[in-house]
Design a protein around this ligand. Structure first.
Ligand code: WTA
Length: 644
C-alpha cells in the first residue's frame, strides 16, 4: 500500500448518495441521440471490450489496419492497435476535406474584446496547418522531436498542435499562465528545440508578456534553437535575429507555401506529452499516442456530448490543460464539429460575457468547470437571464466534483431545465472520459455517472478489496482503454510505481469515491498531495519548492482546504528564518514569489507560521495534522510524530 495515500481527500463534503434524486432527461434533448439504449451498449461493450474498441476504431480512417487491438504482453505497458498506421490529423482534418464538411466552419474564434473574430472552414484550417507544418519542417523539426507550445487561446494554438502531429513531431503545450521557471523546467525536461509563442496575451484588458517570459526561460537553455513568435497583442518585444522569428513573416517565405503531406505514423507513435502535477517531485510528462488517443477522444465525445453536424461546440478549457487537448482541439475536430473558442475570461468586463457569446454564436453544447459555474452563480441569475440561451442543448462539467447546488443552478438557470448535464470524470493520464453519462441517462446532481462503455471502475479499501456500495474508498479502473497514457516520458519506472503498483492489475486514480446502488460513481476528491484549485491541478511539492527558494523561508508545507468557489484553496505552513517576523507584507511577498516562480494560479489563500512542522520520525511532513489544525478539527493520533 502506497504510504502517501490517506482518506479522506480534501474535496468538498459529498452528499449522501440518493438514487431518488435522479433527473430524467427532457424528451426533446434526446430525440436524435446517438446512444439510445445505453444499457444495451454498455453490456455489449463490456462483454468484449476489445471488439467494442475495434468497432469504434473502424469509424475512423487508417492507412493500414491493426494486427492486434490490445497488446498486453508487456502490461502495464499496454499497446493499442498495434501494426496500424494513421495520423490523428488524417482523421481530424484531412478526411473532412473529402466531404461536404470541407466548407463547414471548423473554428470560430473571438478575441477578448469581442470585436476580433476569425473563422476557419475545415478547408482553410487545413491550409493553416500546412503552413505551420512547412515552417516547422524547414526549421529542421523531424518526427519524434518535441516542440514546446506556449500560446494563449488564439487559433494558432490549433495550427501549432495539428502541425506537429501532421509531421510526427511531439507537442508539449505549456499553459500560458506558467512562469518562466516552470516553462524552462518543461523545456529542459523534454529537450525541445523549438518553442512557439506569442508576443503577449490579453488577460482582463491587460497584456501578459509571454515573449519576455520565453526569453527568460530559454536564456540558459542550450537545446532551444528557434522561437516562433505569433503577433497577438502588438506589444514591442526584443527579437534576436539568430533565434527569434515572427510567424507572420515566415508565412510569406516560399518554404511556407504549398501543401504538406500528413505523415502516416505508427498507431503507437507519440502524439504529445503534457506535464501534470503528481504527489511528489517535479511535474511528470504524461505521454499519449496517435492511434488509441484518437479513437478514445473521438468516441467518448461523440457518445457523451452527442455531437451532430449542426452543433456548435464550446469547451471553455485552455489548450494548456488536457481538457483543451482532448475536447477543445482533437475530439471535436475528429467528429467534424464546429468549435468555438473565446480568448477571454467569464467575468471580464462583466459576468455575462459567456452568455453573450452563447447567444451571439448559437452555442449548442457548452462544457466548462465547476469553479466557473460557482463563480457565475454568485453573480446571480439576472446576468444569465439577460440573454437568450435557447440554442443550448447540452451542458457539461469537468475538473472537480460538481456539487448538487451548482448542478441544480447550471441545470435550471443556464439549461432552463431542458439540457442534460454531462459531468465528466477523467484525468490528464486517462486522456478521455472514464466516468460520465450519455444524454439518455438520468443525471444525478453531484454524481459523475457510470464508467464509459468498455470500462469498469471500482471502489476499494487499502487492501484492494471492493467496499460496499455507499462506502468511501479508493477509486480504481479495471480495464485498459485506448487513450490511456503509455508512460511518463523518460520515466517508465515512475509510471509503473505511480499507477500500477498499489493494486496489481488495477489502475490507481488517486481519487476517492463512493458508488451507489444504481452503479453511479460519486467522486469525493484527491487522496494524495495533489490539490485542485479552481480546477487547476497543482502538486503540493511544487508549491513547497517555490516557497523554499524565498530567502525568508526555512521549511514549508502546502495543503488544500475546502473552498466554496474554488473547490480547494491553498494553505501554507511556513517556518521562517530566525528573526523574520510574519506580517501582511511578508505574506504578500510570498504570494508574489510563488506567482513569479510557479504560476499565479498557485498563490496561497492563507498562511500560518509555526515554529516547526509536524513530522514523522523519518522526517515526512504529516499533512493530516496541518489540515486538522487549519480546520479547527481533532488532530487525531499524534503518537507517530517526532517530538521535536
Ligand atoms: C479531478 C482533468 C470530480 C479528479 C480532466 C481527477 C474530477 C483530477 C472530475 C484530474 C469530475 C476531474 N468530478 N473530480 N468530473 N474531473 N476531476 O489531470 O480529482 O487536470 O483525479 O484532468 O481532477 O485532473 P486533471
Amino acid at each position: 500500500m502506497n504510504q502517501d495515500i490517506s482518506l479522506p481527500g480534501a474535496g468538498p463534503a459529498v452528499p449522501r448518495p440518493s438514487p431518488q434524486d435522479a433527473v430524467e432527461p427532457a424528451p426533446e434533448a434526446i430525440q436524435n441521440a446517438w446512444v439510445q439504449d445505453w444499457r444495451a451498449q454498455e453490456e455489449r461493450a463490456l462483454a468484449d471490450p476489445q471488439a467494442y474498441w475495434a468497432s469504434r476504431a473502424q469509424e475512423l480512417e487508417w492507412s493500414q489496419t491493426w494486427d492486434t487491438v490490445l497488446d498486453d504482453s508487456r502490461a502495464p505497458f499496454f499497446r493499442w492497435f498495434t501494426g496500424a498506421r494513421t495520423n490523428i490529423v488524417t482523421n481530424a482534418v484531412d478526411r473532412h476535406l473529402l466531404t461536404a464538411r470541407k466548407n463547414k466552419l471548423a473554428l470560430i474564434w473571438v478575441g477578448e474584446d469581442t470585436e476580433q473574430v476569425r473563422t476557419y472552414s475545415y478547408f482553410s484550417l487545413a491550409r493553416e496547418v500546412d503552413t505551420m507544418a512547412n515552417i516547422l519542417r524547414a526549421m529542421g523539426v523531424e518526427k519524434g522531436d518535441v516542440v514546446t507550445i506556449y500560446l494563449p487561446r488564439i487559433p494558432e494554438v490549433f495550427f501549432a498542435m495539428l502541425a506537429c502531429a501532421k509531421i510526427g513531431a511531439i507537442h508539449s503545450v505549456v499553459f500560458a499562465g506558467y512562469s518562466s521557471d516552470a516553462l524552462a523546467a518543461r523545456i529542459d525536461d523534454s529537450q525541445s528545440r523549438v518553442v512557439i509563442t506569442a508576443d503577449g496575451s490579453w488577460v482582463n484588458g491587460k497584456v501578459f508578456p509571454l515573449k519576455d517570459l520565453v526569453d527568460e526561460a530559454v536564456r540558459f537553455s542550450p537545446t532551444v534553437r528557434s522561437v516562433i513568435v505569433v503577433r497577438n497583442t502588438g506589444t514591442t518585444v526584443e527579437m534576436d535575429p539568430t533565434r527569434h522569428h515572427w510567424y507572420h513573416e515566415m508565412c510569406q517565405l516560399p518554404i511556407a507555401k504549398g501543401r504538406c503531406a500528413t505523415e502516416q505514423v505508427d498507431a503507437e507513435d507519440p502524439l504529445f506529452i503534457l506535464y501534470t502535477s503528481g504527489s511528489t517531485g517535479a511535474p511528470k510528462a504524461i505521454m499519449h499516442t496517435h492511434g488509441g488517443y484518437m479513437v478514445g477522444t473521438y468516441a467518448t465525445l461523440r457518445d457523451s456530448f452527442d455531437i451532430h453536424d449542426e452543433d456548435r461546440w464550446w469547451c471553455t478549457a485552455d489548450p494548456g490543460w488536457i481538457t483543451g487537448h482532448s475536447y477543445l482541439v482533437y475530439g471535436p475536430l475528429l467528429n467534424g464539429a464546429t468549435v468555438f473558442m473565446y480568448e477571454g475570461s467569464p467575468t471580464y468586463p462583466y459576468p455575462d460575457r459567456w452568455w453573450e457569446m452563447v447567444e451571439r454564436y448559437g452555442i449548442t453544447s457548452f462544457y466548462t468547470a465547476p469553479t466557473a459555474i460557482r463563480t457565475l452563480m454568485r453573480f446571480g441569475e439576472a446576468w444569465v437571464r439577460r440573454h437568450d440561451l435557447s440554442s443550448l442543448r447540452l451542458l457539461g462539467s469537468v475538473g472537480e466534483p460538481l456539487n448538487p447546488e451548482a448542478w441544480r443552478w447550471f441545470h435550471h438557470v443556464v439549461g432552463q431545465d431542458r439540457c442534460p448535464i454531462i459531468d465528466t470524470w477523467w484525468q490528464t493520464e486517462t486522456g478521455m472520459f472514464q466516468i460520465t453519462t450519455v444524454p439518455t441517462m438520468p443525471g444525478k446532481p453531484g454524481a459523475a455517472g457510470r464508467p464509459v462503455f468498455g470500462q469498469e471502475a471500482a471502489v476499494v479499501d487499502e487492501n484492494g478489496v471492493e467496499v460496499e456500495d455507499g462506502t468511501e474508498g479508493f477509486l480504481v479502473l479495471k480495464h485498459p482503454w485506448p487513450a490511456m497514457l503509455r508512460t511518463i516520458y523518460g520515466q517508465d519506472e515512475r509510471y509503473v510505481n505511480t499507477y500500477w503498483s498499489t493494486y496489481p492489475g488495477l489502475y490507481l486514480t488517486g481519487d476517492s469515491a463512493k458508488r451507489d446502488a444504481d452503479g453511479w460513481f460519486w467522486i469525493i476528491g484527491r487522496t494524495d498531495d495533489v490539490i485542485k484549485v479552481s480546477g487547476h491541478r497543482l502538486g503540493t511539492a511544487e508549491i513547497e519548492s517555490a516557497l523554499l527558494t524565498h530567502p525568508d523561508v526555512v521549511e514549508a508545507a502546502a495543503i488544500g482546504l475546502p473552498h466554496a468557489v474554488k473547490g480547494n484553496a491553498v494553505h501554507c505552513a511556513v517556518v521562517l528564518a530566525p528573526g523574520v517576523e510574519p506580517d501582511r507584507h511578508l505574506e504578500d511577498g510570498l504570494r508574489r514569489h510563488i506567482a513569479a516562480t510557479l504560476s499565479p494560479i498557485a498563490k496561497p489563500d492563507s498562511f500560518e507560521f509555526p515554529e516547526a512542522l509536524p513530522k514523522t520520525r523519518s522526517g515526512k511532513i504529516v499533512r493530516r495534522v496541518l489540515r486538522a489544525r487549519a480546520l479547527g478539527q481533532d488532530e487525531g493520533d499524534l503518537s507517530t510524530l517526532d517530538d521535536a
